[in-house]
Design a protein around this ligand. Structure first.
Ligand code: SF4
Length: 349
């Protein structure tokens, strides 16, 4: 029988269950503290019958670390193994004064984006809310062990998988990650990145009010479809009106990720196209120089081409940032650690 992960349960799930099992809901704070921290709290504050039932009916284990690689810029990449031996990547990225954990939401991915290594793997399965929460716990515990004074890491849903293609489990994980009595990661510290899976995007307003990033990569439908085949089914012309309906907090913007690909999407026509698309919107453009991986035909632009493109957007009064790729010497493009390992296991390298 499939045992439910204890980390898949929201606070209200636990309240209902504990009351249903005949215990007072006042034990909940001790229960949560013990589950996510020091388990000896349970022995001091909970009745043995409750502890026994939880141990019997729930999986309390976290994903195990199959491999870990550290880059000299401080990026740490984990390959995590789940109960069924499926594996996915989780990455800890140093960013200003705190780390960010990049979470995967699926094993592999079915979106087949042409610039992404994970897209070469196909979709194996969705991760559960508990497996998503488990990734954050493993990475943040690893960080705290190495650096006990580190701040609580922020979160980006930018690892393997399209988060909105697994929106129910992602929503569940968000309620657990964001709950101040559970993991307490502030909603402004969480960003979900999507290629525009419209069915899931329409549910975004039901999630905690986290930040949203759209992988844009071109303001033109035909070009965007070359990079993101899903654009054929859910084009920008349908995505943008849905984004416009998302209520934003003061000083909150939607981020538009823009992969910079040499000789493809960096011309003056693209500057004009971006201005037309985003000039009147609460938008930040995040420029990301493409990080080549084995077998790709896309090329990385030169540093001066990146700066020049940025400057042209700034002259149009667009808000622009450049995201430098971290951990490139450990193949930071999503999915690469796993594909490398698979290749080794099958003797291809
Ligand atoms: S970029 Fe994201 S959505 Fe596209 S194939 Fe890679 S993991 Fe999937």
């Amino acid at each position: 029988m499939e045992v439910c992960s204890a980390y898949s349960m929201t606070k209200s799930d636990w309240t209902d269950l504990i009351v249903k099992m005949g215990y007072s809901q006042h034990v909940l704070p001790f229960f949560i503290q013990g589950l996510y921290g020091d388990r000896t709290i349970w022995e001091r504050h909970l009745e043995k019958g409750l502890i026994d039932q939880i141990n019997r009916n729930f999986d309390l284990s976290l994903p195990s670390i199959s491999a870990v690689q550290t880059s000299h810029d401080g990026t740490v990449k984990f390959l995590l193994k789940f109960r069924d031996s499926a594996e996915a990547e989780t990455v800890l990225i140093p960013f200003h004064k705190r780390f960010t954990v990049c979470l995967s939401t699926q094993v592999g991915c079915g979106m087949n984006c042409s610039f992404c290594y994970t897209g070469t793997q196909g979709l194996k399965r969705n991760l559960t809310g508990g497996e998503i929460v488990g990734q954050y716990m493993v990475a943040s515990r690893w960080l705290m062990e190495k650096n006990p004074s580190a701040l609580k890491p922020s979160i980006v849903f930018m690892g393997q998988g399209e988060p909105l293609h697994n929106s129910d489990e992602v929503a569940k994980s968000l309620y657990i990650l964001n709950d101040p009595q559970i993991l307490g990661v502030g909603h402004r510290q969480i960003t979900l990145s999507t290629v525009g899976y419209l069915k899931g995007l329409k549910k975004f307003t039901l999630f905690p009010r986290i930040n949203l990033a759209l992988s844009l990569h071109s303001p033109f439908e035909d070009e965007r479809t070359k990079l993101i085949p899903l654009n054929e089914k859910f084009p920008l012309s349908e995505i943008m009106p849905v984004l416009d309906e998302i209520p934003l907090l003061p000083r909150q913007f939607i981020t538009y990720e823009y992969l910079l690909i040499k000789n493809f999407n960096m011309s003056d026509r693209h500057v004009e196209g971006l201005f037309e698309l985003l000039g009147k919107r609460k938008a930040i453009i995040n420029l990301i120089p493409f990080n080549p991986f084995p077998g790709t035909h896309w090329e990385r632009p030169l540093e001066e081409e990146v700066e020049e493109f940025k400057q042209k957007l700034v002259e149009k009064k667009l808000r622009v940032m450049i995201r430098r790729t971290k951990g490139s010497e450990i193949l930071a493009a999503c999915g690469q650690l796993k594909v490398e390992r698979l290749a080794r296991n099958y003797g291809q390298r």
